[in-house]
Design a protein around this ligand. Structure first.
Ligand code: PSU
Ligand code: MN
Length: 300
């Protein structure tokens, strides 16, 4: 079997209930330092269940693509893992990778195959700065456009080129919708200063957009943006300075390709002495809750 869907997840989907998919890179050592990765996982699951939905963590474990993990398996994704983007999923299966931590792009593929329509993450990948020099554009963007899944995120980190990321999403035809916010959020910072392309006031209004999108037969996804709760939002000038240093360190250490994002995330966590991690946990919980509320609305 190449794709295994947890019984609780398939039973809930079969009865028309609410399910929210989660990625595993954010919970692995690639996304958050230990033990905050474990806290994030526990809190996201709790937020989804509290809102009346079933969580479905995606991962590749012992060469099987999984949608929904048993609690006893959580430790597998918290330890060392290989990063699995959409293009690595088949490799990870065929070559029986021990633990593959799925990114946003891989999670969207697996969620779509399982029939899950709502996915929560922290921040998405995007167009990297200086793209004309290296061409680095996250596979997350293409996956957002090709899979019929709504992604709930807190925008993207400003170590990316956020204006180009928004342009790219427009080119791909992905609706970008803010829930009660006027600006594209910048992950641990409440706002980036860039206008959000579209705004809804509530999860109910968001659900009507999703229904209309589906009724039109659009095959791709929708990017929903929810800013980090204001009390946990970090200072933009402080984070911008930290990011400049982290990017310089990445260039100096000749970090390239898929290693860039985990390297910069780690450097930011170190430089902010964990305050970025507190904000990260807060936004991850919040996104999980909003995604669950949306999934519940859509299942009515
Ligand atoms: N941004 C974050 N935290 C993360 C990631 C991005 O703030 O953990 C992870 C996600 O799994 C995302 C992936 O899908 O990094 C994007 O990697 P890349 O930039 O190599 O496409
Ligand atoms: Mn990349």
């Amino acid at each position: 079997m190449t794709l295994q869907i947890a019984t609780e997840v398939s039973d809930t989907l079969a009865s028309g209930g609410a399910v929210v998919a989660l990625e595993s890179t954010i919970f692995s050592h690639l996304g958050l330092p230990s033990p905050s990765n474990h806290t994030a996982l526990t809190e996201c699951i709790a937020a989804i269940r509290a809102a009346g939905a079933v969580p479905a963590i995606t991962a590749v474990i012992d060469g099987v693509a999984r949608v929904g993990l048993d609690e006893s398996e959580h430790e597998r994704i918290l330890g060392p893992a290989r990063k699995v983007g959409e293009r690595e999923v088949a490799l990870a299966i065929a070559q029986r990778w021990d633990v593959g931590a799925t990114t946003v792009s891989a999670s969207l593929l697996l969620a779509a195959r399982a029939g899950i329509g709502v996915f929560a993450t922290g921040g998405i990948g995007g167009v990297h700065r200086d793209v004309h020099l290296h061409g680095d554009i996250s596979a997350d963007l293409g996956a957002l456009a090709s899979h019929p899944v709504v992604t709930v995120c807190a925008g993207a980190k400003s170590f990316l080129d956020l204006p180009r990321t928004l342009e790219h999403l427009e080119m791909l035809g992905v609706p970008v919708i803010g829930v009660a916010c006027d600006e594209f959020p910048a992950f641990t910072v409440h706002s980036s200063g860039l206008p959000i392309p579209a705004r809804v006031e509530s999860v109910e209004q968001l659900a009507s957009v999703v229904r209309a999108h589906r009724e039109l037969g659009r095959s791709g996804g929708i990017l929903t943006c929810v800013p980090v709760p204001i009390a946990d939002s970090l200072d933009k000038a402080m984070i911008d300075a930290v990011i400049e240093d982290a990017l310089r360190a990445a260039t100096k250490a000749k970090i390239e390709g898929p290693k860039v994002t985990p390297f910069v995330l780690g450097a930011i966590a170190d430089a902010t002495k964990g305050t970025s991690v507190v904000a990260n946990l807060s936004l991850a919980r919040n996104n999980a809750r909003v995604a669950a509320e949306l999934s519940v609305q859509l299942s009515r």
